[in-house]
Design a protein around this ligand. Sequence first.
Ligand code: NAI
Ligand code: MG
Length: 344
Amino acid sequence: MTITATLIPGDGIGPGISAATVRVLEAAGAPFEWDTQVAGVAATERGLDPLPAATLESIESHRVALKGPLTTPIGSGFRSINVALRKHFDLYANVRPARTILPAARYPGLDLVIVRENTEGLYAGIEHFIGMEKDPKAVAESVMLITRYGSDRIVRFAFEYALQHGRERVTLVHKANILKCTQGLFLEVGRHVAEEYAGRIAFDERIVDATAMQLVLDPYGFDLIVTENMFGDILSDLVAGLVGGLGFAPGANLGTDAAIFEAVHGSAPDIAGLGIANPASLLLAACLMLDHVDEGACADRIRRALSSTLEDGSVLTPDLGGDATTEQFASAVIDRLSDDAAQG
Ligand code: NAI
Ligand code: MG
């Protein structure tokens, strides 16, 4: 049985790491057939809209997509396509697991998940300038949008995810001491939802700044963190750093009708075109996609092949201290896949 899925190779290092990822997936016998589509700069360079209708239609019909990083112009130019995709498909849950797979990692055996609200908060993009006298940009204002509905569904999602994935504790992270309305509502709703899971999943709540410190001092005290949009964005990069950096950070954007899997890192313009990007994050994102379509065994085989490639350490990309290319790294992972098969 094959599953047709949308593939958006992306910008910068995107096409290179996507090609490597697809090659590993094929070698592992993953059941995907790819419908390749463009977005972002890759689309505008072809004279298309940054988010072409054909791309949206493809995701609409296949409901699962693997997406390489997309370049967002800073300060001006078109708005983030990543944000637009989340909004269009109402991908309200951003799941970012952080698990140590690097042998020499600073925090061995770390395994935690961040569930980030993906559609509200400051990133809802409700912002404007207020002009005064001759300065059209005298004041800039952004609205932190928090709804009861959005808070309820993300905290509920976090608890359901915890139940399904054997997690024992949900920590709700907030800043309700200062932002009494917005963050206060998020916390109030969260506490309410938590009551429904009492006795099954432990619940605690923490303030975001203290959480950042605690994550560095003793990340083992956390199991699953649920938080609003911007805090989740920042904390998930922080925990990616704890497990070896952006080279090992996959993410899933989940809604009721579609799921888009991607690496947490961006298009890395500084190394684009050199063929040396680390494809591991996108590969791990593809593993989350395999889990999502009930192909967990295939995902685990790829994860084992990846860990054993890293443990071996002879074929690594420059960000990991080696001198291998993206393609050489992918080939090393593929070789380990067959070792795994031979061991049965
Ligand atoms: P970035 O994640 O692209 O790069 C940060 C640093 O990490 C750079 O030094 C880069 O070389 C390195 N790096 C990132 N991924 C790597 C990989 N796979 N292998 C080896 N090194 C890697 O972040 P930056 O520079 O802030 O953003 C670049 C562009 O990417 C921007 O246009 C930004 O908007 C976009 N972006 C897109 C995302 C997405 O599509 N989900 C997420 C984050 C940023
Ligand atoms: Mg981010």
